[in-house]
Design a binder for this molecule. Structure first.
Ligand code: ARG
Length: 440
């Protein structure tokens, strides 16, 4: 039972928040007339000394159940019996809910900053890829040409959305449970609104019974981390593929690749692979956490002690992978010549159909006509561009010699000039928009 009961290994890191919450609680008890002014300052000074002690790390040999018991024991050790007055009207139930929200608000800021670092690196890459036209893939088949900037930005937007999600989580964490007691509230006239303000919460909880077991913000946090992990994993997958010999679109810096212990030639994209791997863990934490909550009866239940393991792990994991990916992206180089050599003229098949549409041919017929051209090129073992004028005309009489102008990568991306498209002006506007979003 003792081994099962312990949570100090996991919750030790809450100590600064426990101290902060306890200092504020002592002050609130003083304001409510439960503690004299000298008692408040003795307790607060004692807490400061406990903080100095804990700053050194977890004291060796301590057997306390959790961080709350440890801080209280050390406080009483420092200031004597008066320390035992601190827990008046408070329960570890509202205490832990408060501590972990304080931790969560800070963690949300750190995660946001880490995501911003990666978005910044992607925007740099986008700035370099404006003149590089690469295949845009659907079904992992070459679809239509896009600017490399457009590809880099396609990874920045999901991460900007992740940052917004994390900001919402921070906001939701800002509801103060302290003053809810174990289940029914506090019998002493503590000023909860003052406490909220003192501790940086935006508001106070409305129902003590709900407040001690509400972990909704945490579920959102874990979901936001899982989704960010998925976005990082997809970016990682692109980097793994694109840095392979078969693609060769990007070269990853040595610092973000590793060799093989056996094959001397290897440059493995480990940063990207490890990031992709960590996504499974982030998804698992979110799924496991929801399972933990399911079916809990009203009020605080000890099961909730298990909330911190996935929460801390997901935040630690994201804070590990996001900066590594930021470094990998910041030091990656596009390889324009290689990218160009892999552009297949079939990427322009849609542009050929669009050519006919501009001449009034219904799109369905245009699509079929170009399908015939694709087949002809395949039969003749040549590229679309090499088909004769006659072949074009026999596919559809509206094809005229000016169709040759379609075989121009730049013209193809420039044709898509609506917002969100691949034309230079549209991509430059998109990059400005992303920079603004990042700075906001
Ligand atoms: N270590 C506990 C947790 O993390 C603190 C609350 C304990 N409450 C209790 N009634 N035993 O949830």
């Amino acid at each position: 039972m003792a081994a099962l009961n312990l949570s100090l290994d996991v919750d030790f890191r809450l100590w600064p928040h426990d101290i902060r919450g306890s200092r504020a609680w002592a002050a609130a008890l003083g304001r409510a007339g439960l503690l004299t002014a000298p008692e408040v300052s003795r307790i607060q000074q004692g807490l400061d000394r406990v903080a100095e002690l804990l700053e050194e790390g977890r004291p060796p040999g301590v057997k306390d159940e959790d961080i709350h018991s440890l801080v209280e024991r050390l406080l009483i050790q420092e200031v004597g019996e008066v320390g035992g007055k601190l827990h008046s009207g408070r329960s570890r139930n509202d205490q832990v809910a408060t501590d972990v929200r304080l931790w969560g608000m800070e963690a949300a800021d750190r995660v946001s900053a880490a995501l911003e670092g990666l978005v910044g690196a992607l925007l740099e890459l986008a700035g370099q890829g404006m003149d590089v036209i690469m295949p845009g893939y659907t079904h992992l088949q070459q679809g239509q040409p896009v600017r490399a900037s457009h590809w880099a930005l396609s990874h920045a937007w999901p991460l900007l959305r992740d940052r917004e999600r994390i900001r919402r989580v921070r906001n939701d964490a800002g509801v103060l449970p302290l003053g809810s007691g174990a289940v029914a509230g506090c019998p002493f006239p503590v000023d909860r609104a003052w406490l909220a303000e003192e501790l940086g919460f935006r508001t106070i909880s409305s129902n003590s019974l709900d407040a001690v077991s509400d972990r909704d913000w945490m579920a959102d946090f874990l979901h936001a981390c899982a989704l960010a992990g998925i976005h990082l994993s997809r970016l990682g997958e692109d980097l793994v593929l694109f840095s392979s010999r078969e693609y060769g679109f990007v070269r990853l810096a040595d610092g973000y690749s590793t060799g093989s212990s056996l094959m001397p030639q290897k440059r493995n994209p480990d940063a990207a692979e490890l990031t992709r791997g960590k996504a499974g863990r982030l998804v698992g934490n979110a799924a496991g956490f929801l399972t933990l909550l399911k079916g809990l009866p009203t009020g605080y239940n000890r099961d909730l002690q298990e909330d911190k393991t996935p929460l801390f792990d997901s935040v630690d994991t994201l804070l590990l992978v996001a900066p590594a990916m930021a470094g990998a992206v910041a030091t990656a180089r596009l390889r324009p010549d290689r990218i160009h050599s892999l552009l297949d003229t079939q990427l322009l098949a849609t542009d050929l159909a669009d050519y006919l549409v501009r001449k009034g041919v219904p799109f369905r017929q245009s699509h079929e006509a170009v399908g015939r051209l694709v087949k002809a090129a395949e039969d003749q073992g040549c590229s679309l561009e090499d088909l004769s004028d006659d072949t074009f005309r026999s596919a559809n009489p509206e094809f005229e010699p000016d169709v040759r102008a379609v075989f121009d990568w730049e013209a193809s991306v420039e044709a898509r000039s609506t917002p969100g498209g691949t034309a230079r002006a549209a991509v430059e506007a998109q990059l400005r928009e992303a920079r603004e979003a990042l700075g906001s």
